[in-house]
Design a protein. Structure first.
Length: 227
């Protein structure tokens, strides 16, 4: 992806280069729609958008390399084909980002499920026949697991509180995420959940004490929750 990224960076570095790119596009008969966008290399969804927007202009970059001697990062046909494969894979990240950035509906309970989709995709692509793609995905897996190590609690609790799921579902998925190392993490999830229910039950009990309602039902609920 290096040459594609450098190519996009090149045509965006000055107005003259942008105009030359557009001129070459007309020469080779490529319609000028949305032009390539430059990614942020640490954000996988933005890399997807870059590759997706650059691929239609592959012939333009090839011709530009012949006409502009300063431009030396012309991607090869192999690199373009590889970019299509990577783009297909990274589309999962872009879709997850779009879903989780929704502002018109609650999204926190969706994070866990989107992370699972990403994990499955990486598991498949880490064994890709193209060794460069496989190596790239393995690096992504390492970063992904490092991120999950420090944030799993944030993702687990909303799923357990979602009426459609139960603790057993999170237990099952977490075991698939972390394997034998999952037990201490599950204990943290359970203890956090107990504390949350304890706090909520105490708040409800105090409210009903203040308005004179029998609290026995809430005391029993509290006993069951923390047992």
């Amino acid at each position: 992806m290096h040459n594609i990224r450098e190519s996009v960076k090149y045509i965006k570095s000055s107005q003259a280069r942008k105009e030359k790119f557009e001129e070459v596009a007309v020469q080779v008969g490529v319609p000028l729609g949305k032009q390539p966008t430059l990614d942020i290399s640490t954000r996988w969804n933005s890399t997807f958008l870059m590759l997706q927007s650059a691929y239609p202009y592959s012939r333009v970059f090839d011709e530009l390399g012949k006409q502009d001697k300063i431009y030396t990062n012309t991607p090869t046909s192999v690199e373009w084909e590889r970019s299509k494969l990577v783009c297909t894979f990274l589309e999962i990240f872009a879709a997850a980002t779009e879903l989780l950035s929704g502002s018109s509906y609650p999204t926190v309970n969706l994070y866990f499920h989107e992370l699972w989709k990403i994990k499955l995709a990486m598991d498949v692509e880490s064994s890709h026949e193209d060794q460069d793609i496989a190596a790239m995905v393995k690096k992504m897996q390492a970063k992904f697991m490092k991120y999950l190590e420090i944030s799993y609690l944030f993702f687990c609790i909303p799923v357990i509180l979602d009426p459609r799921f139960k603790y057993e579902f999170v237990d099952f998925r977490m075991t698939q995420f972390f394997g034998p190392e999952v037990l201490p993490k599950l204990e943290i999830v359970k203890s956090t959940l107990r504390r949350l229910f304890l706090l909520k039950s105490m708040q409800r009990r105090m409210t009903h004490l203040m308005i004179g309602i029998d609290t026995k039902v809430f005391e029993e609920e509290l006993r069951v929750t923390v047992s």
